[in-house]
Write a protein that binds this ligand. Structure first.
Ligand SMILES: Cc1ncc(COP(=O)(O)O)c(C=O)c1O
Length: 452
């Protein structure tokens, strides 16, 4: 077996000084017109090196082209929403055909029932579904439904997990909580993942007050044996609703989500991102007994459950139906795991060959691979992350993570591995000689910070 570098068959893109002049010229205007210069903080300028493409013009498969015409292999596309590929023709065509029939009527469209049936066929043990346009709305709806169902106000979220919603019940608990009255995050309690006792303690401390437990079944660390089942049992023992946020895990760990992968059915769960291959669509699914509170056939207080103008835009539903069909027909999830594993093996080899053990780490499952960067003292380092991104971008790869899609071919993986190898060579030199010599411009910063 050759080195990680040699395995790439010489397909790597040579490091080239890229022309970002058009990107650079548009940046000030974007910031003048749009707070943050973009519509998602995770895409923002402070998340990328100074020498990077600021605006994308088009994408095809896993390749994108920026405003200056530079081409890149992209990872984590659309914040993990585009799992099949950019401009994936069957999905685009399904959406287009539906658009020609109309996208929003005064009464429900039939396709709402078609996708409801398809979604319930994908996820085990659920009876009802309500669609929306983004993940934050469905996690917030799940919390509201749980509060109405239990008659309790407090909620328990997994404090080690990064994100559940843009809404106040979650953002109020982060560093970036300006504009949120203090009373709101006081109703959100935190427990630790894989630590059943930390959750039990909350239930003991606040008896009969916790409406729900909100968590991802898995992020970077797998659950300890029996943990998720124990969480469910504890919720049922204490009368709380268990909610799994499947925004990332859904259609990635398994078509039926991490709940199917781990064999634990929560009372409610929320899907989004991958379910429409980038089209704006999300879903709250769960048990009829709880979901029906948003319906017309009960005599309890009514829950205003996800009633929005655009919630069931027909072309997004058509895109989702087609996405589900393709997942089933072409074994997409298996492909994501396989390509992620391929990349993991090649990057691991490069880590070993460049003596980066303990400095550059691969984290998580192959279907959702991410990396961590550490400095010469083994401390987590944004500066080294920036250097790594800078060196990858020079070689034609944008990889805030190593999250693959159905469009990442063997060649794309091999070209990426070669770019990673060369970026690792620079990383090693920066560890030995000082990062100042290699990093151009300021380091990136975490999104979740109090001040700029
Ligand atoms: C785990 C998780 N939950 C919820 C959300 C919110 O989804 P959206 O950005 O569609 O509102 C995200 C978004 O990144 C997420 O990663």
């Amino acid at each position: 077996m050759g080195s990680a570098k040699n395995q790439s068959n010489g397909l790597a893109l040579a490091p080239s000084p890229k022309d970002f002049s058009k990107s650079r010229a548009l940046r000030p205007k974007a910031h003048r017109l749009i707070p943050g210069g973009s519509h998602t903080y995770a895409k923002g300028d402070d998340q990328y090196p100074e020498q990077s493409p600021a605006f994308i013009v088009r994408g095809k498969g896993c390749h994108v082209w920026d405003l200056d015409g530079n081409e890149f292999i992209e990872y984590g596309m659309g914040l993990r929403a585009v799992t099949l590929g950019h401009a994936f023709l069957p999905v685009v065509e399904a959406a287009y055909q539906q658009m020609q029939l109309g996208i929003n009527f005064t009464r429900p469209a039939k396709i709402e029932v078609d996708l409801a049936e398809a979604m319930l066929g994908v996820i085990d043990g659920v009876d009802m579904v309500k669609f929306a346009k983004n993940g934050s709305d469905v996690t917030t709806a799940a919390v509201k439904l749980a509060r109405a169902y239990t008659g309790r106000d407090l909620i328990a979220i997994c404090g080690d997990q990064p994100f559940f919603s843009i809404n106040d019940w979650f953002i109020g608990t982060t560093e970036m909580n300006a504009g949120i009255p203090q009373a709101i995050p006081q109703m959100t309690l935190k427990f630790c993942y894989n630590d059943l006792e930390s959750l039990r303690k909350l239930f003991d401390q606040y008896p009969d007050q916790i409406a729900c437990v909100m968590m991802e079944a898995e992020t970077t660390n797998p659950p300890a044996a029996g943990y998720l089942n124990q969480v469910k049992e504890l919720c049922e023992e204490r009368g709380a609703v268990l909610i799994f946020d499947e925004m990332i895990t859904g259609f990635r760990w398994h078509l039926g989500g991490a709940q199917k992968f781990h064999g634990v059915v929560p009372h409610l769960s929320t899907f989004g991102k991958a379910m429409g291959n980038g089209f704006a669509i999300s879903a709250l699914v769960g048990k009829r007994e709880i979901m029906r509170l948003g319906g017309l056939d009960h005599d309890q207080r009514r829950v205003f459950l996800l009633s929005t103008t655009h919630g069931a835009e027909t072309h997004a539903l058509a895109a989702s139906l087609e996405t589900i069909r393709i997942y089933r027909e072409r074994n997409v999830v298996e492909f994501l795991w396989r390509q992620g594993e391929r990349l993991r093996a090649l990057v691991s080899q490069s880590i070993a060959e460049n003596r980066l053990d303990g400095f550059f780490e691969l984290i998580g499952r192959p279907c959702n691979l991410v990396f961590g960067t550490r400095d010469q003292d083994h401390n987590r380092s944004q500066a080294f992350r920036t250097l790594f991104l800078q060196e990858l971008i020079r070689r034609g790869v944008i990889a805030p993570s190593f999250v693959v899609s159905f469009s990442h071919s063997d060649t794309d993986i091999e070209r990426t591995a070669e770019a990673v190898y060369e970026a690792h060579v620079v990383y090693r030199k920066a560890l030995d000689e000082g990062i100042e010599k290699y990093l151009e411009g300021r380091p990136v910063k975490p999104v979740d910070r109090r001040y700029n």
